[in-house]
Design a protein around this ligand. Structure first.
Ligand code: FAD
Ligand code: S2G
Ligand code: ZN
Length: 448
């Protein structure tokens, strides 16, 4: 898996994160950096007894304010919990501490012909414990599925300091309730993830990356369906960049779009075990979509450098939009046929507002669109024009108001746009059961 993260600098992650957290500036006076599960257990027991609030923090690349204190919560960083504990090369299961950086893990398993089952632009900074706690999606979910499937085992420390041992390297384990699933995506509100066992697929021997131009979103959908059918098991990413986003990366980052025209751009990646076989399938697919006319132009990267260049066009959209101004970010899941309708409708809805741009890009292969609206600076009127309109829009199409970034601080009050009241009530019961003093990441994920 080509590490494209050079293009995504750590500074950018911080800039993006800071911009997103425009309205949150905590006042923590204490950051703790435990090294072991036992350290975490003692810290939590101490804090629980004294009702001291704790924010678990991984790589701090989250985009919804989940890892940032709201007031004076103690920050518990996993930065020093970065040991890789085991790698079973036959089953492909890597066991590590929660503070391992995703890219470091990927480099480590690559030496044994394996790959991490997720890839995101923040890979150089984010921790696997943070990935698990946000149930991160990323660029390859279409191929390797969600962390709810690839995480086989988990160890966490509960608010009381009790260690919850759900560690296992087994793909099948039907013995009682699967408690680790509660922690995956719990954003630090139910426990501090301290260890993870995750299933790594074989590293692909052959990778192709293509950029295709389409003249309509209907053509994008046709191309996606054809891609899933003709590329099938070798399809590893299918991402969308709309023309506005493409213009932004050209204008603000001076990246080059190798295609002459198009309303939409599909970035497609295949990953397989045999270059000849994969190229044959990819060529047949490209011939078919060009003949059919759903694709009007396209290019296939010749070598790693061109693959990175094409990926940068997609992965650096958020960075480009930051250069334009303040960014209102929405990470939503929709039925794929509506994936771009929200962008078209939002542009209409915001006509006349003090908006610089309205952008749609993201993981069209799994129905997760990143809708971003930019203004010169933070503008409350624009914010009120967008919310709750955007959440009502998503609810109206039975989508999710947070596909992969979580709810954190910024979106916790909107959970009811995607979850039934009974479900939220049970979430609160579990939260009270597992954290009776409410010290773990208060003000996050669940509404008061
Ligand atoms: P943090 O930001 O430190 O924390 C995130 C949340 O998890 C917080 O609520 C925190 O309290 C909790 N947490 C962290 N560690 C633990 C732990 N050990 N135990 C319990 N709780 C914990 N996200 C995607 O899903 N897909 C993408 O494609 C994607 N692309 C991105 C691209 C860029 C450039 C950037 C900056 C971010 C991107 N993100 C993406 C968002 C972010 O990287 C993910 O949410 C990531 O999983 C966060 O990991 P982290 O270690 O930085 O966690
Ligand atoms: C992506 C993260 C960056 C953003 O690029 O896939 O999940 O905020 C996003 O759009
Ligand atoms: Zn994303």
């Amino acid at each position: 898996m080509s590490s494209r993260s050079e293009a995504i600098t750590c500074e950018f992650c911080i800039a993006l994160q800071v911009r997103v957290l425009y309205c949150i500036t905590g006042a923590s006076s204490l950051v703790l950096k435990p090294k072991t599960t036992d350290d975490v257990s003692r810290i939590m027991a101490h804090c629980d007894k004294r009702h001291l609030a704790v924010v678990p923090q991984g790589g701090n690349t989250g985009l919804v304010g989940g890892s940032v204190p709201v007031f004076d919560e103690v920050v518990l960083s996993t930065a020093l919990m970065n040991k890789i504990l085991d790698l079973d090369e036959i089953s492909g299961v890597v066991t590590c501490q929660a503070g391992c950086i995703l890219e470091t893990l990927d480099d480590h398993v690559a030496e044994r012909g394996l790959a991490m089952p997720l890839d995101l632009g923040a890979k150089a900074s984010c921790h696997i414990g943070g990935n698990v706690s946000t149930s991160a999606g990323g660029l390859r979910l279409i191929r390797y599925g969600s962390l709810h499937g690839s995480v086989l085992g988990l160890e966490a420390v509960l608010a009381s300091g009790e260690v919850l041992d759900c560690m296992s390297g087994m793909r099948k384990d039907n013995t009682g309730y699967d408690l680790k699933q509660l922690l995956i995506g719990s954003e630090g509100t139910l426990g501090v993830v301290t260890k993870v066992a995750i299933l790594c697929p074989s590293r692909p021997a052959a990778v192709n990356v293509a950029l295709l131009a389409c003249n309509s979103f209907a053509d994008v959908l046709k191309t996606l369906q054809k891609g899933k059918a003709m590329l099938s098991e070798i399809l590893s990413a299918f991402e969308l960049i709309d023309s506005a986003s493409m213009m932004a990366v050209e204008k603000y980052l001076h990246l080059r779009n190798p295609l002459s025209s198009g309303e939409f751009y599909c970035l497609i990646e295949t990953s397989g075990s045999h270059a000849g076989h994969d190229e044959e399938k990819l060529t047949a697919f490209l011939d078919s979509v060009m003949e059919e006319g759903s694709v009007c132009d396209g290019t296939v990267a010749q070598g790693i450098t061109q693959q990175k260049d094409l990926w940068a066009l997609r992965e650096r959209v958020a960075e480009a939009l930051l250069r334009e101004g303040y960014t209102y970010k929405y990470d939503v899941s929709l039925p794929t046929r509506h994936f771009y309708d929200i962008v078209v409708d939002m542009r209409r809805h915001l006509a006349g507002a003090a908006v610089l741009g309205c952008y749609g890009y993201g993981h069209v292969g799994d129905g997760n669109v990143h809708l971003n609206v930019t203004t010169r600076q933070y503008d409350a009127d624009v914010g009120h024009r967008i919310e709750p309109y955007v959440f009502e829009w998503v609810r109206g199409r039975h989508g999710s108001i947070s596909a992969e970034h979580g709810l954190g601080f910024k979106k916790r009050d909107f959970i009811h746009y995607s979850k039934a009241a009974s479900a939220v009530a049970w979430m609160k019961r579990f939260k009270t059961l597992m954290d009776p003093n409410g010290i773990l990441n208060p003000y996050k994920t669940l509404p008061e």
